[in-house]
Design a protein. Structure first.
Length: 123
């Protein structure tokens, strides 16, 4: 425990990209290993001046009720079935574009996320 350091993701916003401080600490050798939220780690880790290896954590949880992997979601107000259907259709139609953007930004995706039926039945 003496060798663990915390880095707030909501840091000094007078400087650009406060969440990047932890990735910079790894690149500069101040820390050996960092565990970050996937979008921050993927984005800043893949764009750093020093080559870094970004590896998604494979475990989906660390005990009961502590998930480490989440899917991206969207929601609409309860009862808005027509809008929900429009959103599902639009997401399905633009899935390749969405995947390309997520890949460009280094966002790690759960493997089953790509295989799910985007047009699941409405509740």
């Amino acid at each position: 425990m003496n060798n663990i350091s915390g880095y707030p993701i909501y840091g000094d916003y007078s400087k650009p990209n406060p969440p990047a401080r932890l990735v910079e600490a790894v690149a500069d050798g101040a820390v050996d290993v960092a565990i970050l939220w996937g979008p921050f780690g993927g984005y800043f880790g893949s764009r750093h001046r020093v080559p870094l290896r970004v590896t998604p954590i494979s475990a989906e949880s660390d005990g009961p009720g502590l998930p480490f992997a989440f899917e991206i979601s969207a929601g609409v107000r309860k009862g808005e079935r027509a809008l929900l259907r429009e959103v599902q259709i639009a997401l399905g139609r633009r899935q390749q574009e969405i995947d390309h953007i997520l890949e460009d930004y280094g966002i790690p995706l759960k493997p089953q996320s790509r295989q799910r039926d985007q047009h699941a039945a409405l509740p």
